[in-house]
Structures are given as structure tokens and as C-alpha cells.
Write a protein that binds this ligand. Sequence first.
Ligand code: TLP
Length: 346
Amino acid sequence: MIPLNVIDLRSDTLTVPTPEMRRAMAQAEVGDDVYGEDPTLNRLEAEAAALLKKEAALFVPSGTMGNQLAIMTHCRRGDEVLVDAESHILHYEVAAAAVLTGAQLRPIPGLHGPGGAEKMVEFVRNGGDDHQPPTTLLCLENTHNRQGGTVIDAETTRSLLKKARSFGLKVHLDGARIFNAAVSLGRDPADLAEGLDSVMFCLSKGLSAPVGSLLLGSGDFIRRARKNRKLLGGGMRQAGVLAAAGLEALNMRHRLAEDHAHARLLARGLSRVPGIAVDMETVQTNMVLMDVQGTGHDAPSFLSLLADRGLKAGSPGGSKVRLVTHKDVGEKDVHKAVEIIRGIFS
Ligand code: TLP
């Protein structure tokens, strides 16, 4: 449980399961999923695949495992994978692509921004030169975590996909928060996944499930990913207990708009605090990324000032501070958070 009186905006991963999830978990019909016999898990995978209009889906314990299974299943040892220079796969996955697949990540600055697709040509290598690894995979991220939860629209995704295809690359989407993107754009989430070879999304962030992510793709891709999941020790048994919460979580996607409204409220309040800079254009979903340099603090000292006053936030580094809205913080908490910060610096 989140302790009383503490407003915790470090991440939407902190959301606790709803009473409906706990009830569904207790009552879940289960079987052994390594044999493919867990009816609740099979239902979750079928519903997830239908939602994103992909042939098949695979339940995995975490978003990190989903992304890494995608890389492992698409690539061979020695391949090069193009990622955005600020991607989660590059910054927060413990160099797993190198450790598990033996793939090299090649960061592209501003991949998702204007002219991103055109930049790709400078980074793709065709393996014809003995010095160079072959580039085989492009990874996208929607919403984009280190840019403050910004959204890639369906048209941009399509143009990145088209360019990647012209070089013969496969394309994976780290869609940990794809439903936040879909809600923000008012689009069907399947539009944001159309044509992509694989997509990972998380149940355990704004959707509030205690555990779990899904990897989606073609039937053949998912068959191979399932075997790789076993290799990594991720073959689970009566995982229907978790899938039951996951099915409830899928129904939570429509309420994400509330988190987005709270993030805008928070950002507007904070942008009026002297010394704090918030780029309102980046507040597109449930994150607020602010620069606190003007307060004379770096992020660690700023965060400890907040923590002393019962407000928890995070930082992607430097003088940037991240606040994430989620189901377990209400409008009152948002006003209180602004008051706490204004109280320190006004
Ligand atoms: N993100 C977490 C931390 O790892 C930074 C957070 O608090 O935002 N892709 C994206 C875009 C993510 O934001 C995350 C988690 C993951 C993948 C990994 O998911 P998990 O934590 O389930 O392995």
C-alpha cells in the first residue's frame, strides 16, 4: 500500500490492483500454461491480440522481458538494432540486448521527431563491409518515456515503418504505454500497431495490474518467442491468476484520460512556480517532465526537498524531474503536489 499522506508520483508502476482484480485473481480458472492449458491466460492472450489486430500474443512477466524477447526472436548474434537515443531499451534494460542476444544497439538522436525517418539512412548498415554488423531491426517507443510521455501518431509510425522496410528491417514497438498514446490521440490502438512486426505493451503501469506485459506479432513470431521465453525461465504455470488481473486491466484503458487531465493540471500549476520550466507541448499523456535548474537545485537535492514534504517524484538525470499521474492519485493530490512545490520556491 502507498503510505497515507505521501503523494507518490514516481511512476504509474506504483498503482495497486483494484478490488475487481483481486476478486478475479481469487476466482480465476487455471491450468498449466507451459502446456498451453491455462484458460484464463489463453483468454488474455486472445483478447490482447484482437485488441491490437495481431495474430498472436504471449504473456510475459515484464515489459523488459517483452522487449528483450522481441530482440532475441527477431535478431541473430552480432546484429545491430536501431533505437532512439533516449529509448527505454537503451537506458533502462541493463544492456540486455548485448547480454542475451549478442546484439549491438545503435542510438539515433531524435528518431521519433521531425525528419526521423530520413535520418535512418545514415545509420543502416547492410553487412556488405566486413567491418560492419548488419542492421536488422528498428525499435520504436510509444509513448516515449524519457521525453515525458510524448506520443507518436499513426502517420509518423507509418513513415518510420515504410523507411525501415525499404532497408529490409523488421520493426518492433515498445508500446509499454500504447493505450495512453491511443487515448491521447483519440485513435484505435490497433492503428498505432498496424504493420509492425511486434509490439509489447504493459498491464502493470497505468492499467494497474500487479504484474505482466504482452508481446504480440505473427503466429510464427510468437511461437518462436514462446520458446525463447522458456529459455529465459519465463514459462509460467498457473499464470491465470495473473492473467485474471490482466483482463481487468484491459478494461482500465478508457480511464487513462483522467490521468492525462491530471498531468495537464499539474503541469499548468508547476509552470507558474518561479525557477521551474515545463514544456507544456510535451505534456501529452500522464507524465510531466520539468527542468528545475532555475531553482538552484539539481534533481537529487530537489527530490529530497520534496520527499521531506511527503511528495515523491523521480528523475531521468541532470536537472530534470519526472512526475507521473495514475489511478492512485486524485485531483486533490495534484493540487496538494503543486502547493508543496510552490511552498518551497515562491
Ligand atoms: N519504465 C519504468 C522504469 O523502468 C523507468 C518507469 O517507471 O517508467 N518500456 C518503457 C517505455 C517503460 O517505461 C518501461 C518501464 C519498460 C519498457 C519496462 O517495463 P518493466 O518495468 O515491466 O520491465
